[in-house]
Write a protein that binds this ligand. Structure first.
Ligand SMILES: [Zn+2]
Length: 235
């Protein structure tokens, strides 16, 4: 470990005054995660996350767009969240938004802050939705993008129902399946204070609540928990 750290330290220091390597990843190929890098203005999807049950080449478009499409959209949207929007196209910290856009952005994101603040993590602890705003925003923008992309992909060739579900139901089920988890109350407590992500339950249920397509696909009644009358829309 010491030799590996020493090697890495030297490798990092050797970058000083050299041109930035825009092809470099700051993750390993087998990592099951993806990221957006604001100074690079790029997204990275290592092989680890492009595997079943997240991305499954043997499955059809509906679950793959809902799941991996949503994650790709999530990372892209980070370029336009509260932090990413402060960087320009070249990755320099530079405000390129008009005052009007900035104000509209803040008004719209307040809706998400209010929505997620209602959700209980455990006992009397609610989501600290100012902490999770960037990720909640990325989830919302990401699924909007995935839906647009999927609708375009199937426009000329609408898929049939499968396994007793409509294509739109399977898009949302595919999305929800990335979030399956079993957390202990102690872990939820720690993460409520430190994690910039909302608990997966709300990254799924809170997210779909903002989609009229979900209400329609699952025949929810307006006003039910996942089909609120007031929805948040940012992009
Ligand atoms: Zn994220």
């Amino acid at each position: 470990m010491l030799r590996a750290s020493s090697f890495e330290q030297k490798r990092q220091l050797a970058k000083i005054r050299k041109p930035v390597d825009r092809g470099e990843w700051v993750t390993t190929p087998q990592t099951v995660n993806a990221y957006y890098d604001a100074p690079m203005n790029d997204i990275t999807f290592p092989a680890g996350i492009l595997q079943s049950p997240l991305f499954d080449p043997a499955m059809d478009d509906a679950p793959n767009y809902g799941n991996t499409g949503g994650t790709i959209g999530h990372e892209l949207t980070h370029g336009f969240d509260g932090e990413g929007r402060q960087y320009d196209a070249k990755g320099n910290l530079k405000n390129w938004w008009s005052k009007k856009d900035e104000q509209a952005f803040n008004e719209r994101t307040q809706c998400l802050i209010d929505q997620y603040a209602q959700y209980t993590v455990v006992d009397d602890i609610k989501i600290n939705s100012k902490l999770t705003l960037g990720e909640d925003l990325a989830d919302l923008g990401g699924l909007v993008l995935a839906l647009v992309a999927w609708k375009a992909a199937i426009a000329d060739n609408p898929p049939p129902d499968r396994d007793g579900y409509t294509p739109m139901q399977r898009f949302f089920i595919g999305m929800a399946q990335w979030g399956c988890e079993n957390s202990r109350a102690e872990d939820l407590r720690v993460r409520a204070a430190t994690d910039t992500h909302s608990p997966n339950k709300y990254r799924v249920n809170g997210l779909v609540a903002n989609f009229p397509e979900f209400e329609q696909a699952f025949a929810c009644k307006p006003g039910q928990a996942m089909a609120p009358v007031k929805r948040c829309k940012v992009w």
